[in-house]
Write a protein that binds this ligand. Structure first.
Ligand code: WQD
Length: 351
């Protein structure tokens, strides 16, 4: 079984991807220093796949510690790199911390990829690289615009670094631009664990419904959209993780004729904030306490993906709709309420 190194394997999308990789015949090792994650999530992934998953508790900003992983695992067939800080608001307050962490870790990893001749590298990117697009839906050819935050710049710069790197070495790369990953594994053994008060819509909805937050504030009801609220392309985390395994399959099968491929990972369906709230109320049977308030600075009014290239090239079959996203997110939130230990130890100092 080809061995895939997943960085950020204890994180939300990392853990879901590890499950999909193992279920599709790959051997997996994780690297995660748990600075923003908890081993509880990887333990949940182990329960789903029924086997242990090794995690190296290493900070990728430490080159020697990172290199030691490659010395111990000479058989790494490919890497999927998730590990990064990703809070948009925090990146605005602490830009240098974001540039240092997200770019140093990437460069250290790529140095090891080059030294140990790792043939394939998949990078966790984001639709944030498109900024506020002039035309939607966006395709992979839509030119990036100035990012909305230092976090967004680390994704744009990361893509540029990898693109140039791929021209100089034998490693073939894939950039996966996620739209809005939401939901949880149907087993409710793994899901999203926001640190402290969440800023993303779906955890805000589920935490409000469960009583952890008082109310959902809809950021803006006066946009030029069908109901005045912002439009996004929400995509289930299991569809996102499936696309990662397919990207690795695609590379290992030698089907890529480019040094660096780019794919949009979205459903191709735009959903507004108010529609997302209605979907949640429908599947949960809960009446959500929300109000429409002022716009959030930096928000893009509307963006969703043209995902045809990924669907066609990767043979990607999207399975989950907005109702599934909300029902699995709600089931996960209810699981967390029943098992508060997910929020103990690892996150105690971070809330
Ligand atoms: C979605 C919509 C808000 C909270 C960000 C990053 C992106 C990726 C996903 C990392 C917007 C509205 C939200 C709330 C609201 N992150 N909203 N009330 O901003 O589209 O994307 O997270 O990879 O890179 O930019 O996601 O979930 O914060 O917001 O009305 O309490 O929900 O205005 O329209 P966003 P989000």
């Amino acid at each position: 079984m080809p061995k895939i190194l997943v960085t950020g394997g204890c994180g939300y999308i990392g853990a879901h991807t590890i499950v999909d990789l193992i279920e599709h015949g790959y051997d997996v090792i994780s690297v995660d220093n748990n600075s923003r994650s908890t081993m509880r999530i990887l333990e949940g992934a182990e329960k789903i796949v029924g086997r242990g998953i090794k995690n190296y508790k290493v900070d990728l900003c430490n080159f020697d510690d990172t290199r030691a992983i490659f010395q111990e695992n000479e058989d790494i067939a490919g890497i999927i790199h998730f590990a990064a800080y990703k809070a948009v608001g925090e990146s605005v307050e602490q830009p240098l911390m974001y540039f240092e962490n997200n770019l140093t870790s990437l460069i250290n990893l790529l140095k090891c990829v080059q030294e140990f001749n790792v043939p394939y590298f998949v990078f966790s990117s984001s639709c944030t690289v498109y900024g506020s697009p002039d035309k939607i839906p966006v395709t992979e050819a839509t030119p990036p615009k100035p990012a909305e935050s230092p976090y967004g710049y680390t994704k744009q710069m990361g893509e540029q670094i990898i693109n140039e790197f791929s021209k100089a070495v034998n490693t073939q790369c894939v950039l996966l631009r996620y739209f809005n990953p939401v939901g949880a594994h149907p087993s409710a053994l793994i899901g999203e664990l926001p640190l402290g008060k969440p800023s993303n819509l779906v955890p805000v909805i589920t935490q409000t419904a469960i009583g952890k937050l008082p109310q959902v504030q809809v950021f803006g009801g006066d946009y030029d959209t069908r109901d005045g609220s912002c439009l996004r392309d929400y995509i289930h985390v299991c569809d996102i993780s499936r696309a990662h395994t397919l990207a690795v399959d695609f590379l290992i099968a030698g089907k890529s004729d480019k040094r660096c491929e780019v794919f949009n990972l979205g459903t191709g369906v735009g959903v507004t904030v108010l529609e997302a709230i209605k979907a949640f109320e429908k599947v949960s049977g809960e009446k959500l306490n929300y109000m429409v308030g002022p716009r959030r600075p930096g928000d893009v009014m509307a963006i969703y993906a043209n995902n045809e290239y990924a669907v066609k090239t990767l043979g990607w079959d999207i399975k989950y709709n907005i109702d599934d996203m909300m029902s699995t997110a709600w089931k996960w939130e209810q699981k967390l309420k029943a098992d508060e230990s997910f929020y103990s130890n690892q996150h105690a100092g971070l809330n």
